[in-house]
Design a protein around this ligand. Structure first.
Ligand code: PLP
Ligand code: SF4
Length: 451
């Protein structure tokens, strides 16, 4: 172990409270500073020294994609919304009730619960809800450990933003593992557990062990794959390299492989620049050395990665680092969606252009995919037959396993950004799965499922 590793590195974060430290460092104008202060009252804002020092190109703000990724942007609010909050902040009445009321109202207009859909996938078993769990697809259960419901930095586009500003009050987090393990024992069809958040890799080794060890119970032999959804490789790779706890963190994870199960790190990267610092390669190697396979996923987001070249470079670099590109997602309909949304037609073109320019090894990325009520809907293509142009779609993952891979069609619409805006093609009145979704559950009416 080197001297540096023994000393460890300290994680330092920035929020609205100590925002001046970064701003002074980076010499923002008074106007930029004020704008940020206004925006950070409405949207979750948290970043850290690694992101600020290593990832953001401060010579290129506000356009810099990593700046767009972690600092709330003016375009995320309408002029009226912005002016309303700005006026209160300017008048110095900054922490008063008036501000709280204005902020609340704006947040509620941003569709903080795309339909209270978190509820829809919470399993009820023996008459009791299993808190902190979602079980939507037969083979995979999601687990939200309570200690993992925050992140090393917040992404501006995150669909879980409501949780981070306190609207959801971590109501989705599991207080303990016991009920979940019992549920798993009673459900032999579950082969995969996805530990998710927030970012579960904010947990230290001790907390991680508490989540992982119960899953390695010999009675859970049917559990083959433990997945961990995390953005830590982008926001805090020190976690695996030179933080004091790094060896224990790796050991806690290695227990999965030692128990004969597959350890899948579902890494969230939005831009190839996040892969540039050498410490990312080092972190990846350490994870791979314990037997983990790193798969990558990202939504397609305006202002951050709405360019096929960015995806091409990102996927190429990931493959070079031994990672497996997995999903390209469509951004969901919550938060500052007008600012971040990319129409489905454009998303498909970006995917296609990027994928055809990369090695076959990087063509493992599927998408663009919408996590919607019936399941994960992939845009497979845009076709033209006779005079009609339409989207070719399929369910990669479905609430009902029988629907998986069955192609279906929607009328072409260059502006549509989500499944609920698509009209079935060929004069059909509904898609094949619609009648089987419960009344009111049609995608987009109550809203999209959160992953
Ligand atoms: C994406 C997702 C999964 C995992 O799906 P895979 O295609 O197996 O990666 C599981 N549960 C939910 C709710 C999801 O959104
Ligand atoms: S949950 Fe994931 S996408 Fe959301 S802020 Fe945290 S790291 Fe970003």
């Amino acid at each position: 172990m080197t001297q540096k590793e023994r000393n460890g590195v300290k994680f330092k974060q920035y929020t609205l409270q100590n925002i001046d430290e970064i701003l002074q460092l980076q010499q923002l104008t008074e106007h930029q500073r004020f704008e940020l202060e206004v925006l950070a009252r409405v949207f979750p804002f948290k970043t850290n020294r690694y992101v600020v020092d290593e990832l953001i190109d401060w010579h290129n703000i506000p356009e810099d994609p990593i700046y767009q990724l972690t600092f709330p942007q003016r375009g995320m609010l309408s002029d009226a919304e912005y002016d309303r909050v700005a006026e209160i902040v300017r008048s110095g009445n900054g922490s008063g009730e008036q501000l709280a009321a204005a902020v609340d109202e704006i947040r509620y207009n941003l569709n903080p619960h795309p339909a209270g859909q978190m509820e829809m996938n919470v399993p009820v078993w023996e008459g009791e809800r299993i808190e902190g769990v979602q079980h939507k697809y037969d083979e995979t259960a999601l687990f939200f450990p309570q200690a993992g419901q925050t992140c090393h930095a917040y992404c501006t586009f995150c669909f879980r933003w409501a949780q981070f500003v306190g609207i959801d009050e971590l109501r989705f987090a599991a207080p303990n593992m016991d009920r979940f393990v019992q549920y798993l024992k009673a459900h032999p069809e579950i082969t995969d557990v996805l530990i998710t958040g927030g970012d579960p890799m904010v947990m230290n080794s001790k907390m991680l062990r508490k989540v992982i060890e119960p899953l390695l119970d010999p009675e859970l032999e049917h559990l083959q794959n433990i997945r961990i959804g995390t953005k830590s490789l982008a926001y805090w790779p020190h976690k695996y390299v030179d933080e004091r706890d790094a060896p224990e963190v790796l050991e806690a994870l290695a227990a999965v492989v030692k128990a004969g199960k597959h350890l899948a790190i579902m890494a969230h990267f939005n831009h190839h620049r996040e892969l540039d610092p050498p410490i990312v390669a080092e972190a990846a190697q350490r994870l791979q050395a314990i037997g983990a396979v790193i798969r990558t996923q990202s939504p397609l987001i305006r202002h951050i990665n709405d360019d096929p070249k960015v995806w091409e470079k990102m996927w190429e670099r990931q493959v070079q680092l031994g990672m497996v590109p997995y999903y390209m997602f469509v951004e969901r309909d919550t938060g500052a969606r007008d600012y971040f949304a990319v129409p489905l037609a454009e998303a498909y073109q970006i995917y296609r252009e990027a994928i055809r320019n990369v090695s076959g090894l990087a063509r493992t990325a599927r998408g663009p995919s919408m996590s919607a009520t019936p399941g994960k809907v992939e845009i497979q293509g845009i076709a033209e037959v006779g005079n009609e142009k339409f989207f070719v779609l399929r369910l990669i993952q479905a609430r009902n396993a029988e629907w998986v891979q069955r192609p279906f069609f929607a009328r072409f619409d260059p502006d549509a950004t989500w499944l609920n805006q698509l009209v079935p093609a060929f004069g059909e009145s509904e898609q094949f799965f619609d009648s089987q979704l419960q009344v009111g559950e049609r995608d987009g009416l109550p809203g999209a499922i959160r992953m």
